[in-house]
Design a protein around this ligand. Structure first.
Ligand code: HEM
Ligand SMILES: [Cu+2]
Length: 602
């Protein structure tokens, strides 16, 4: 009996029996089921990704030639401003929240999030904010970049700028509400047998992410509200013509926006930590190191913001502080990367699409991390500041660290969300096109930056033309790469082969219920019969005693629940009574083998 079968057997009582039968209309309502909300988030944010992608394609089309012949320079500014805002605030940040919504209650054995209505509210603020932001094109979209530095933001496209502020305030509020919900849910709603150090690493990642969100996002809100006063009411917090200080805005902005890169990436650190051990069939290497390094990254992430301001008149001694703290972040990040590599090292790799995207994540994020150390060095940063080197770096981090992670998660949890398998062949085609398109688009930008091409300009010196054409071709490839994905998702959702409850033979609790899970996830209280990543370990015998104990704890916790836990306890005693080796208990437990169970539940 494998660990996965062992874990499944322990949960036969707890598992739901009827997968939730959802109608598509449910997804257009103020539904409070965390699974519906999770899917609402994912589908909506993917829609915004496509919009952001169209804007990116327009930006790259303009940059295919050195003159501004495709759009006006003003429209160009609006395009990259809205592109960046959409990608960050409407795609990767809320997509992480989408997976967290779907997964956290399942992973910790809870029936829903702590505050289901707040959860729905947090979601519904997103489409509102998105439509608001895009509507700014009707009145002149914002042009000051996603950073919105004054004084530029005070003098360009004022109406669009105010819309931008409102929209980002909405999105920030939504992410704060989400963070409160994730933290409270994880801390208070785990099954009684799950200690913090036995949680799936995704939950640790979401604790770290929520902590960052709660500390940093209100500061952004403050900055934007003050900026709004400068814009509308003629105050001069940041406006130099009235003795305001634009650099103060930069401090407030980056106090949020540096941590924001970790808010964007950290959930996917968690995703990768789930996916690699499952598809390597090996225990995760360094569970505690991975869990606690997320907390270290959160803390360090809060004290490095001025590395974005090395050229903003920051005095030398202060630059030193920010350079050193920034470089120290490489330590916990390196711990994660080495632990992941040690996890797949020597494993029996299953190169399914989720795993390919997971490995793509590591390779591209690693390169982004290395250029990160480069730009953290003051002398180098002064050379490449505001050039395409930065654009290359940020896309390696955000595309590599977030988009690859999002896709990995999509492929991995799609069977749980829909009860259907995605097509592997088209998944691999999607991966290949994305990886190549990504590299062709962004790798050459490092060279462009080193040679001095400034960012955020529609026109450039003709000597940069060749490299720009290559980047533009890559961008079109990236646009095309989404097609196999979209078709695969739509087709498989309707006609894909049935997935069964646990197609990857995973050990974490979300796989111990039906696919898709029933309305309240589990019928009893699920039990941890193994650690979350004990693949290939013959721990079954040792866990026996512990399992009995946990079943008893659960029975106490669930007294008054509708399903009779005593059965589970009885089952546990058959399970363990007198058997010296517990390696083949199927015959004794008198239940169908997990494989048959799986078929029944479809
Ligand atoms: C998918 C996730 C993506 C994210 C999170 C993202 C993020 C960003 C951000 C933050 C900026 C602003 C840079 C600045 O501060 O000037 C930006 C600019 C830009 N992005 Fe993306 N982007 C993504 C995808 C893409 C794709 C797929 C392309 C190419 C097809 C692309 C091409 C560009 C270009 C050309 C700029 C303009 C840079 C400039 O004019 O300085 N981005 N992106
Ligand atoms: Cu930063």
């Amino acid at each position: 009996m494998t660990q996965a079968q062992f874990q499944e057997t322990a949960n036969i009582e707890a598992r739901g029996t009827e997968p939730a039968d959802r109608h598509w209309r449910d997804y257009f309502t103020f539904n409070t089921d965390h699974k519906v909300i999770g899917i609402q988030y994912l589908v909506t944010t993917f829609g915004f990704y496509l919009i952001g992608g169209v804007l990116a394609t327009l930006v790259r089309t303009e940059l295919a030639t050195p003159d501004s012949d495709f759009v006006t320079p003003e429209l160009y500014n609006s395009l990259f401003t809205v592109h960046a805002t959409v990608m960050i605030f409407l795609w990767i940040v809320p997509a992480g929240a989408g997976f967290a919504n779907f997964l956290i209650p399942l992973m910790i054995g809870a029936k829903d999030m702590a505050f289901p209505r707040l959860n729905a509210l947090a979601f519904w603020m997103i489409p509102v904010a998105g439509v608001l932001l895009l509507s700014s094109f009707l009145v002149g979209a914002p042009q000051a970049g996603w950073t919105s530095y004054p004084p530029l933001s005070l003098v360009t496209a004022q109406m669009g700028e105010e819309i931008w502020i409102l929209s980002v305030l909405f999105l920030g509020t939504s992410s704060i509400l989400g963070a409160v919900n994730f933290a409270v849910t994880i801390f208070t709603m785990r099954v009684p047998s799950m200690s913090l150090n036995e949680m799936p690493l995704f939950c640790w990642a979401m604790i770290a992410t929520s902590a960052l969100t709660l500390v940093a996002t209100p500061v952004l809100a403050a900055a934007l509200i003050l900026l709004s006063f400068d814009l509308l009411a003629g105050t001069a917090f940041f406006n130099p013509t009235g003795n305001g200080d634009p650099v103060v805005y930069q401090h407030l902005f980056w106090f949020y926006s540096h941590p924001a890169v970790y808010i964007m990436i950290m959930p996917f650190f968690g995703v990768i930590s789930e996916i690699l051990p499952i598809h390597s069939r090996k225990p995760i290497f360094g569970y505690l190191a991975i869990a606690y390094s997320s907390l270290a990254i959160s803390f360090l992430g809060l004290i490095v913001w001025a590395h974005h301001m090395f050229t903003s008149g920051t005095p030398g001694w202060l630059r030193m502080f920010f350079m050193i703290t920034t470089m120290i972040i490489a330590v916990p990040t390196g711990i994660k990367i080495f632990s992941w590599l040690a996890t797949i090292w020597g494993g029996k790799l299953r190169l399914v699409s989720a795993m390919l995207f997971g490995m793509g994540f590591i390779s591209t994020f690693l390169l982004g991390g290395i250029t990160g150390i480069m730009v953290a060095s003051v002398p180098f940063d002064i050379h490449v500041h505001d050039t395409y080197f930065i654009v290359a770096h940020l896309h390696y981090v955000l595309f590599g660290g977030s988009v690859f992670g999002i896709y990995a998660a999509f492929y991995h949890w799609f069977p749980k969300m829909t009860g259907r398998m995605l097509n592997e062949f088209w998944g691999r085609v999607h991966f290949g096109l994305t990886y190549i398109g990504f590299t062709v688009t962004f790798l050459p930008m490092h060279a462009l930056g080193m040679q001095g091409m400034p960012r955020r300009v529609a026109m450039y010196d003709p000597k940069f033309t060749t490299i720009n054409v290559i980047c533009t071709i890559g961008a079109y490839m990236l646009a095309v790469s989404t097609i196999p994905f979209i078709v695969n998702v739509i087709w498989s959702w309707r006609y894909g082969p049935k997935a069964g409850d646990n197609p990857w033979e995973a050990l974490t609790l979300e796989w111990m219920t039906t696919s898709p899970p029933p309305i309240e996830n589990f019928e009893g209280i699920p039990v941890l019969a193994t650690g979350p990543y004990d693949y290939g370990m013959e721990k079954i015998q040792n866990t026996g005693e512990r399992l009995k104990l946990m079943l008893r704890e659960n029975a106490i916790a669930s007294s008054g629940q509708k399903r009779g836990i005593p059965i589970a306890e009885a089952q546990a005693s058959t399970f363990f009574s007198g058997t010296a080796t517990l390696v083949e208990p199927e015959s004794e437990i008198n239940v169908d083998s997990p494989a048959d169970e799986r078929q029944d539940s479809n």
